[in-house]
Design a protein around this ligand. Structure first.
Ligand code: TYM
Length: 333
């Protein structure tokens, strides 16, 4: 069986982009793959300095996975920080990774571009080494479990390609004694080529503060949806569904028939954006209601969550150890 692995970084409350881009696709692979899903808590340190926040978001991401249906018996589910083998492998991989490859990573380049725009002399201002090395740690997550498939949203595909490059480099040098599987990103089909938009129309992202968190009280959810930008085409005129963030979110949550019908009604004219937003609220609220109830149970102190993570850590380490031993032997330790 092939191995499917993915992680989510606890840098904020989980949002519908995480659900659509990673959690649902990952859960759909459980049946036919060895599935390994984790919370990338050490990755969060590149941006979060408040230990309480890191703890809170870590539980919240874990509870979200479990509320969405992750079965901890049939998967390996853990906190990255509970598997120190990851960090040992990260060092080995960093010695095989050209600095130029890291220079091309999107997240790093984005900060440099922002600094250039702001007219700063130091383009690396605000970049810590954790952020710079981020893709190597992610490669270690992926390769430690000898993963084949990595279900992620479009924004993470470059990172998976970097992991594949690093695997290739290891295999080239040490392939006679040990070879990694070369991982591939799996991007949800409906989403190929575009990420789920947020409440300002840009990519939904914790770093843009434009997310629709999964677990909001109803009035807040309604208010956020009202904030999503729309064009000024009058109610009676035909509208382009695909250029509307409201429609694109609806598309991911409503059933196929409703989506097709709504598309037709928008294209025909006579439907206002306000009405479309009400429809999105109803659909989202309906779908998230059960999820929310289960999430609240899991977040309560003493719930099964902590035990599940402890057991997951054991399973993950049992799997990682023999692989790491082979890597150590291959490189000469
Ligand atoms: P993170 O925490 O930013 O996002 C988690 C997952 O959610 C997806 N996602 C989206 N998908 C569609 N539309 C959006 N607007 C949207 N926003 C987020 C992301 O693509 C991702 O799949 N570096 C990773 C965490 C990580 C990881 C790994 C992933 C660490 N190690 C190993 C896979 C394998 C990250 O920051 O994801």
């Amino acid at each position: 069986r092939k191995v499917s692995l993915t992680g989510i970084k606890p840098t904020g409350d989980p949002h519908i982009g995480n659900l659509i881009g990673a959690i649902r696709p990952a859960l759909s692979l459980v049946e036919e793959h060895d599935s390994i899903y984790f919370i990338a808590d050490y990755h969060a340190l590149t941006t979060i300095r408040d230990p309480e926040k890191v703890r809170e978001y870590t539980r919240s991401v874990a509870a979200t996975w479990m509320a969405a249906g992750l079965d901890t018996e049939r998967t390996i589910f853990y906190r990255q920080s509970d598997v120190p083998e990851t960090f040992e492998l990260a060092w080995v991989l960093s010695c095989l990774t050209g600095k130029g490859l890291m220079n091309r990573a999107h997240a790093y380049k984005a900060i440099r571009d922002r600094n250039a725009e702001a007219g700063r002399d130091d383009l690396d201002s605000g970049v810590n080494m954790g952020l710079y090395n981020y893709p190597i740690l992610m490669a270690a997550d992926i390769l430690l479990m000898n993963s084949d498939l990595v279900p992620v949203g479009r924004d993470q595909t470059q990172h998976v390609e970097i992991a594949a490059d690093i695997a290739g480099s290891f295999n080239h040098h040490y392939g006679a004694s040990f070879r990694f599987h070369v991982p591939k990103a799996v991007v949800p089909e409906a989403e190929a080529g575009r990420t789920l938009p947020g409440t300002d129309g840009r990519k939904m992202s914790k770093s843009y503060d434009n997310t629709i968190p999964l677990f909001l009280p109803e009035p807040k959810l309604r208010k956020l949806i009202r904030r999503i930008p729309t064009d000024s085409v009058p109610v009676e005129e035909p509208k382009d569904p695909d250029s509307s963030p409201v429609f694109r979110i609806l598309e991911q949550f409503a059933d196929a028939e409703t989506v097709a019908e709504t598309r037709k009604r928008l294209e025909a004219g006579g439907v206002g954006w306000g009405e479309l937003k009400n429809q999105l609220f109803e659909v989202l609220n309906e779908q998230l209601r059960d999820l929310r109830a289960r999430y609240e149970e899991l977040m309560a102190p003493g719930s099964e969550l902590d035990r599940a993570l402890a057991e997951g850590a054991e399973k993950a380490r049992r799997r990682a150890r023999p692989l790491l031993d082979q890597v150590r032997a291959a490189v000469g330790m």
